[in-house]
Design a protein around this ligand. Structure first.
Ligand code: NQM
Length: 371
């Protein structure tokens, strides 16, 4: 008999995947990871024998538990599985999947509803980041309808307000892991001529290497399909990633999902900057939430590769920055704290999320016999 594990399939922002109550998964991490791989159907490019969507954005998992820490309601562990790899990466955050943690906990009765609009504090166990998440409630659940639209998801839904409290140096030791706003790399590798380029290595929620599209022979306005098909560009970007990761203190990241690679170009649609993100090998259909927060932070810091390309309207109080991406833009507010201490911006943005299916995921008993 296969093992049946209670699970909700959820969309969080522009990502989706199964969500579990941590108590329903094995405690032993190696067994848990085998269960997660089996649930998604990895390693297999098509994930045909599991719930995974055969793309990194739909090959994600959320694991939720109640917190015993003072002032924290929930704990959230994000797990990334690459469709064709036999590994589970719980090191980096995912701001999109995080947006579904509170709706999951309400739906499964883990969290008690509070009135018709409630704020919960969620601790991301991946990096120790706390986030305040405010949701509109209807009959104790996330309200079904609303007028919040996020680019990359059709239609509109109830707004989920996300305020990140601690983001700087999530996986790296600090916001600027090399100590510099810009570093010069002499990139070498098999199958391409060596090239030199400047990049900003930065981690404000997501470790990123940011570089100008024009410096790797791209415009920065290509479609996702064009970039995914551009094997020569992808080889050069990967060589830069491996080299920059060492400079960021991350060591050998050949089998890791971070740092992500963000190509930038001047904005075309009224935003601050245009981006194309490799996560880290295929191109993101939009941009990761914390990746966008990290790009926005790079825009506010002097001397980064965004200087001279980004368009800003800074003023007193909150600065609104919109990061353009292949399916639109992701806007956020950087609060006054950013002006006072650029190393620790407080960022607020909107996401939406939805329960797509309730049920049990069936895992072969050879993987786990159950509790
Ligand atoms: O950066 C994709 C996503 C993400 C991560 C990725 C994310 C974030 O869009 O916070 O949300 O970078 O692999 O789900």
């Amino acid at each position: 008999m296969p093992t049946a594990i209670p699970c909700l399939l959820m969309r969080g922002g522009t990502s989706k995947g199964p969500f579990f109550n941590a108590a329903h998964l094995p405690d032993d991490v190696a067994t848990r990871d085998r269960v997660l791989l089996a649930a998604l159907g990895s390693p297999d490019r098509r994930q045909i024998d599991g719930l995974g969507g055969a793309h990194p954005l739909s090959s994600k998992i959320g694991i939720v538990s109640l917190s015993t820490q003072p002032g924290v309601d929930l704990e959230f562990l994000f797990a990334q599985v690459q469709p064709d790899q036999d590994a589970v990466d719980t090191r980096p955050n995912c701001g999109n999947m995080l947006a579904a943690a509170v709706p999951f906990a309400l739906e499964t009765g883990m969290l008690q509803p509070r009135g018709d609009r409630a704020t919960y504090c969620v601790l991301s166990r991946n990096t120790g980041m706390r986030t305040e998440i405010t949701v509109p409630l209807d009959k104790g659940q996330l309200a079904e309808l609303g007028d919040a639209h996020i680019d990359g998801v059709p239609g509109s839904a109830a707004p989920i307000e996300v305020r990140f409290l601690e983001t700087a140096g999530s996986v790296c030791k600090r916001l600027l892991p090399t100590g510099n706003p810009r570093d010069r790399f002499n990139v070498r590798g098999a199958g391409f001529a060596p090239f030199i380029l400047d990049a900003t290595c930065i981690d404000n929620g997501m470790p990123l290497v940011i570089f100008e599209a024009a410096h790797v022979g791209a415009t920065g306005y290509e479609t996702v399909a064009e970039l995914d098909a551009h094997m020569d560009l992808r080889r050069r970007v990967e060589a830069l990633r491996l080299q920059a990761a060492v400079a960021m203190g991350l060591g050998d990241v050949s089998a890791k999902s971070y740092p992500k690679m963000t190509m930038i170009a001047p904005p075309r649609h009224g935003g601050a900057l245009t981006t194309r993100s490799f996560i880290p090998h295929v191109c993101h259909e939009s941009i990761g939430v914390l990746a966008a927060v990290t790009v926005a932070t790079a825009i506010t810091l002097p001397g980064t590769v965004c200087d001279g390309l980004a368009v800003r309207c800074p003023g007193p109080g909150t600065e609104r920055l919109s990061i353009e991406h292949p399916s639109g833009a992701l806007a956020m507010n950087l609060s006054d704290a950013a002006a006072q201490n650029p190393a620790l911006p407080k960022v607020a943005l909107l996401r939406t999320a939805r329960v797509l299916m309730r049920g049990e995921v069936m895992v072969p008993s050879t993987v786990w016999k159950g509790p």
